[in-house]
Design a binder for this molecule. Structure first.
Ligand code: BGC
Length: 768
């Protein structure tokens, strides 16, 4: 039943104030402040009536989204997210809204005047179609949760759902009804900067997390004031850019597209996502934004997706520099005809669709269908019943930056930390009785800890590493903080000061790695290492002989060298967000055992990229690093990672028994139970992430050496043993064959329950 919404005078005035200040003389705004009409008509019928009444310009307007550039005051210290291409003057935006020539706005830094703009759209513009307000709420709004790759390391989909829900509850207090998230691109090359935004290299993990994030953002009721429409992106295969270079071409076979890159999207749509964003890249020569096979053939015809496709930022216009469209008119035609419904930021649809239809180059039914999809999505989030949903900011303050959000950010932070190494049980440290030197550019930093795509953060709430550590130790004077160097440059006397601090300490924590702007959009790196200035700092500090814990900050897997690689303990801490310091302290001092697992393989060298655990075998695989040549390997390093996918240590010591299967034969319609006994022989209770892998030994296409098919986290007290069970069916063993069919071919399979992609003692299973 349609909800009746009371619009208070305060809401109206508060929401309108900044807009009125900007365009005080604009008569249309004053008109927009009249009482809202109530929308009651059944939506489908209403949508059809609207389409029948709309002018071509209004239709094109429903397919046009612009950045609310004038209302976008980026927080000082936040990283700019987009080029300023084609930013519209505020007056032009108002003019378009007044005519019904705009579907919505994005990137507002909180849509302070959204209420007034919406009133104009609903009350004054012809046909009164509500606007939609969007933004990139990727890993939090004011309260920032770990960067998505970090949170994926939690191997905890429920946690991902909870942080997405919390982000939605916070962001909707500022009028954001649609987030351009989750980013579900599988990333197989760590040189690509956008690895930071996704869930890593594995399609199974990526799918589970994609679905969880969609559930979280959207909540149980899409029309609720606190729900945020999800937009899994970037459709598709953006993570397959050649050489890991952003925006580059993607050249993969259709089998790989379907097996590796598409599953997280499918999972996101199955979880209820109603929108998706077309990618910048081309695939085999056809840009995704004009790719009919992708946007219509697979998405709509095969999968039955009924939602909308929005282009990435000016991606439709980019068909011209791609050399796929002759000019912007041609680009508009090609992307619309392919199935891209909304043009983001370029304005191409508004400029060209009316004329393209009038000239008979684009059929009206294609435009109508795109408009229908857009209006249905607006209806689905309740905009026709209550166009002011999420725009009433009165009374929402308590939903922002509160203690529950901080606690969740801290929990998510510590769950995302992966302990890569802990020689001689250096960790956990004692809270008293030892002097700690915290050295490195990220020891006291309050900016970089947020990570890429945190565009609305409350920097005042940031807990840097030093503050978190100091609040956990008995005597604050036991912690000394020395920067040592900048992220990419030495500091005069920095190394000397760091070495002196190390000499005076019992243990050194080295807070080093990447800055936030090194791991994000357009931030591909040729060499995925700790920057040289910091490496030099690490070498000098290591020469003191003091025990070293590396607190690695990073948005991708890195190739670790020298003193960093050889440190006694290494924690992968990604960009942990607002509660970084507390989250790290929780692990460092043993209040919680680390439990994160790598969602990306750490290579030995940058030159191994693209490196991913689930690669196919060659005919000359290197099975033994000491083997002589004529093997698939590099001269300098073995074909092995430094730390494999799935790796992560705990403060316990968990042993895995050999894997067993309930039957050695699996029928096409049957199932088997796979079991392993895990025993914690350590002295501390742990959360252990047991992982199920398969390998198809002989198939009509060569198969990955291992593939993740399930995981389960269990808690094990010291000395405790527990069985973990997984159920396998033929479907879990299926792959996409050369005819693009999803088939489970009879034959032998290796099955492992293991602590990472390289471990475990496998069992054999025959599929009948
Ligand atoms: C990015 C998208 C983002 C959009 C809007 C683009 O540059 O690729 O992920 O949602 O900008 O900010």
């Amino acid at each position: 039943m349609a909800k009746q919404h009371i619009i208070s005078r305060r809401m109206v005035l508060g929401g309108a104030a900044s807009l009125l200040a900007l365009i005080a003389a604009d008569h249309s705004v004053a008109l927009a402040l009249a009482r809202p009409r109530r929308q009651r008509a059944p939506h489908d019928a209403r949508i059809e009536r609207l389409i029948a009444q709309m002018t071509l310009e209004q239709k094109a307007g429903q397919l046009t989204l612009y950045a609310d550039s004038n209302n976008f005051t980026i927080e000082e210290g936040a990283i700019p997210v987009n080029p300023t291409a084609n930013n519209q003057a505020r007056r032009d935006i108002i003019d378009k809204i007044g005519k019904g020539h705009l579907t919505g706005l994005f990137s507002g830094q909180g849509f302070n005047d959204a209420m007034a703009l919406q009133r104009m759209a609903v009350e004054q513009a012809p046909l009164g179609i509500p606007l939609i307000f969007a933004g990139d709420v990727i890993h939090g709004f004011r309260t920032i949760f770990p960067v998505p790759i970090g949170e994926a390391a939690s191997f905890d989909p429920e946690l991902c759902a909870r942080t997405a829900r919390a982000a939605a509850v916070e962001a909707t207090t500022h009028g954001i009804q649609w987030t351009f998230a989750p980013m579900v691109d599988v990333a197989r090359d760590q040189r690509w900067g956008r690895v930071a935004e996704g869930a890593g290299e594995d399609p199974y993990l990526g799918s589970v997390i994609a679905a969880a994030r969609v559930r979280g953002f959207q909540g149980p009721d899409l029309t609720a004031d606190t729900s945020m429409l999800a937009c899994p992106k970037h459709f598709a295969a953006y993570g397959g850019v050649q050489g890991g270079m952003d925006y580059n071409t993607v050249d993969i076979p259709e089998t790989t597209l379907r097996e590796t890159f598409l599953p997280p999207f499918r999972a996101a749509f199955n979880a209820g996502a109603l929108t998706t964003m077309s990618a910048f890249n081309d695939i085999g020569g056809v840009p995704a934004t004009a790719n009919h096979h992708l946007l219509t053939g697979i998405l709509r015809d095969e999968w039955g997706f009924s939602g909308l496709v929005v282009s990435d930022y000016t991606a439709d216009w980019e068909l011209v520099p791609h050399g796929f469209a002759a000019d912007s008119r041609d680009a508009a035609k090609k992307s619309l005809m392919a199935g891209c419904d909304i043009s983001m930021q370029s304005g191409l649809y508004l400029d060209h669709i009316p004329d393209l239809v009038r000239n008979g180059e684009v059929p009206m039914r294609v435009v109508d269908e795109a408009v229908r999809r857009v209006l249905r999505v607006k209806a689905a989030i309740g905009l026709f019943d209550n166009p002011y949903r999420s725009l009433d900011f009165a009374g929402t303050r308590a939903r922002v930056g509160n203690a529950d959000l901080h606690a969740l950010a801290r929990e998510a932070g510590r769950q995302s930390i992966v302990m890569l190494k802990n020689d001689d049980a250096l960790l956990p440290l004692r809270k008293s009785g030892q002097k700690i030197a915290l050295i490195g550019p990220f020891g006291a930093d309050t900016r970089d800890l947020m990570g890429a795509w945190s565009i609305y953060p409350d920097f005042d709430q940031a807990v840097p590493v030093d503050v978190g550590l100091r609040s956990s130790i008995a005597n604050p004077a036991d912690l000394v903080v020395v920067k040592g160097c900048e992220v990419t440059a030495p500091i005069d006397g920095g190394i000397a000061a760091a070495v002196a601090a190390a000499h005076a300490a019992d243990v050194v924590l080295l807070a080093i790695g990447e800055s936030a702007d090194m791991a994000g959009e357009a931030q591909s790196r040729v060499d995925i290492v700790v920057p040289p200035a910091q490496q030099a700092l690490a070498e000098a500090v290591a020469a003191t002989g003091k025990p070293i814990v590396i607190l690695l900050r990073h948005g991708r897997a890195l190739a670790l060298h020298g003193a960093v690689k050889n440190a006694q303990a290494i924690l992968a801490t990604w960009f942990l967000g607002s509660q970084t310091g507390h989250a790290i302290a929780d692990i460092i001092f043993g209040d919680h055992s680390p439990s994160g697992r790598l969602p990306v393989s750490f290579p030995q060298e940058s030159g191994q990229q693209p490196y991913f655990y689930n690669h196919r075998n060659t005919g000359r695989a290197q099975t033994n690093p000491d083997e002589p040549s004529f093997r698939s390997r590099y001269r300098e390093v073995s074909f092995a990672p430094l730390y494999p996918f799935g790796h992560g240590l705990t403060y316990g010591s968990v042993e895995y028994s050999a894997t067993t299967v309930s039957s050695e034969l699996l029928t096409q319609s049957g199932s088997v139970t796979v079991t392993c006994t895990l025993r914690n022989s350590g002295a501390q209770s742990v959360r252990e992430v047991a992982q199920l892998y398969i390998h198809d030994k002989v198939a009509s296409l060569t198969q990955p050496v291992r593939q993740l098919k399930g995981f389960e986290a269990i808690t094990l007290a010291p000395g405790e043993s527990r069985d973990v069970h997984f159920t396998l069916t033929a479907d879990d063993l299926a792959f996409v064959n050369a005819q693009l069919q999803h088939v489970a071919e009879p034959g032998l399979f290796d099955i492992w329950i293991a602590p990472n992609a390289h471990g475990g003692t496998g069992a054999t299973l025959r599929l009948g």
